[in-house]
Design a protein around this ligand. Structure first.
Ligand code: CAO
Length: 422
């Protein structure tokens, strides 16, 4: 199959999650992604949280599929020369080292563009250039705290909480991929490459956009009507408003309040829950589903404003209705009434979900050393192509092949191995 990014050559000088998630996506869509790794060491995630001795860890295999691996010590003169050759003939150079590391290696953007004015240099850092924290190294949870996610996530009586979703890492990688593709289209018009930079703080904040909306509403009004803290209760059971956006527990946003509700078996199964949304225009079907016809036209219930101070009482009534229904049974009933809802799914349920398997979102990939493993395939679906998710490379698996492509002969390649430049 001809994939849209075929012919695009990418130097993937990335590690851990943010950079690799970006380049993996581009590899799925056809780019030739050459992962550059330190000889004998490789991406740190190859060894992190191993479940099989001497085989690449899932952390690595799930973020580096469809790539080739070149080992290269870019701190040796020979390694630098190889990287320069690669830069001259590549379309994109992606990196997510700590601040200043690429410059210290001798490859600042000014030098990269001298070597190849058409190249796109794409970079992830924790904080943006010129930021007062620009020198900080950053991991996922650090970014979630810096980008406003942690202070607005969790319960009002608990500490700031980070999400399990990789809002700092993979999310920044996805932002970078959009930037790279935009710069590639830009290059078609101008013939010139450019530097594309994202910071993890900015990428988290971009997903917390509505919380900045809420800060401005709070500044003006002193309350946020869709949060559990409103209306302000004398007992403070759901917290109170200060001058900063509070943590709203599991509240839904906008005019569609919702909550995580207990289903049959919640006492022993910590995931026997559904998310239930009281969509404002679905009040009549909700009453019908819950067998509460008396609520349908009752002015004390039939508008969002009237329900506001009774939301948790309504949720309690729904939980009584849910008592004898599993999360799956409940959703099967509620879907007939067009109520936005879902079972709270565990990773085990997701791994075995036939629909996710059929769509390729959960896919099994063979691996030379591990045997097969599950990974998350492309969440983006196309009408004219289905990206094939292939294995991640072993460390240095394609070193000789890439060097030969650059014009090195067998003898030279053997010498480069000898001096440990590759
Ligand atoms: N050859 C020679 N040197 C190499 C090399 C290679 N192939 N690959 C890496 N190195 C060197 C780097 O040049 C750097 O050297 P100096 O610091 O001496 O100049 C060194 O390895 C370490 O790089 P690093 O700073 O990136 O590594 P770290 O483990 O200390 O930090 C991380 C990791 C992720 C905190 C940091 O890279 C970072 O802040 N990156 C930007 C933000 C980011 O992407 N974070 C997300 C990671 S996913 O959670």
């Amino acid at each position: 199959m001809n994939l849209p990014l075929e012919g695009i050559k990418i130097i993937d000088f990335t590690g851990v999650q943010a950079g690799p998630a970006c380049t993996q996506l581009l590899a799925w869509f056809g780019a030739d992604v050459i992962k550059v790794e330190r000889p004998g060491v490789g991406d740190i995630t190859r060894n992190q949280l191993r479940d099989i001795p001497d085989a690449d860890a899932l952390y690595f295999t799930m973020l580096n599929s469809n790539k080739r691996s070149l080992t290269l010590d870019t701190k040796t003169p020979e390694g630098k020369e190889i990287l320069e050759k690669l830069i001259r003939e590549s379309d994109v150079f992606v990196e997510n080292f700590g601040p200043g590391a690429v410059d210290r290696m001798g490859f600042p953007w000014e030098h990269i563009k001298e070597l190849n004015p058409k190249i796109i240099f794409a970079s992830v850092k924790g904080f943006s250039e010129g930021h007062h924290y620009e020198d900080l190294k950053v991991y996922e949870n650090v970014a979630q705290c810096a980008g406003g996610a942690a202070s607005t996530t969790g319960f009002w009586d608990g500490p700031p909480t980070v999400s399990a979703a990789a809002l700092g890492d993979s999310n920044s990688g996805m932002h970078l991929a959009i930037g790279i593709l935009t710069a590639l289209i830009g290059r078609q018009k101008t013939g010139k490459g450019q530097k594309v930079a994202v910071s993890m703080q900015d990428c988290v904040l971009n997903l917390c956009r509505v919380k900045l909306r809420d800060q401005q509403r709070l500044d003006r009004l002193g309350y946020l009507e869709e949060y559990p803290q409103y209306p302000i209760r004398a007992d403070g059971k759901y917290g109170t408003f200060s001058d900063v956006v509070p943590r709203g527990g599991n509240a839904g946003g906008g005019g569609q309040p919702g909550w995580v509700l207990k289903c049959k078996g919640w006492e022993t199964d910590s995931n026997a829950y559904i998310y239930f949304t009281i969509q404002s225009n679905a009040w009549a079907p909700i009453c019908k589903a819950l067998n509460k016809p008396e609520w349908t036209d009752d002015p004390a219930y039939n508008t969002p404003a009237a329900r506001q101070d009774k939301l948790f009482d309504i949720f309690a009534v729904i939980e009584v209705w849910l008592k004898d229904k599993t999360k799956f049974e409940a959703v099967d009933i509620l879907r007939k009434f067009d109520i936005p809802c879902s079972p709270v799914l565990t990773m085990k349920e997701i791994a075995n979900d036939p629909s996710l398997r059929a769509s390729g979102t959960i896919t099994e990939v063979p691996h030379k050393k591990r045997g097969s493993y599950l990974t998350v395939g492309s969440p983006i679906k196309f009408s004219d192509m289905t990206p094939e998710i292939k294995s991640s490379p072993l460390l240095g698996e394609h070193t000789d092949e890439v060097l030969a492509d650059l014009g090195y002969n067998q003898k030279q390649i053997a010498e480069l191995h000898e001096i440990k430049a590759v």
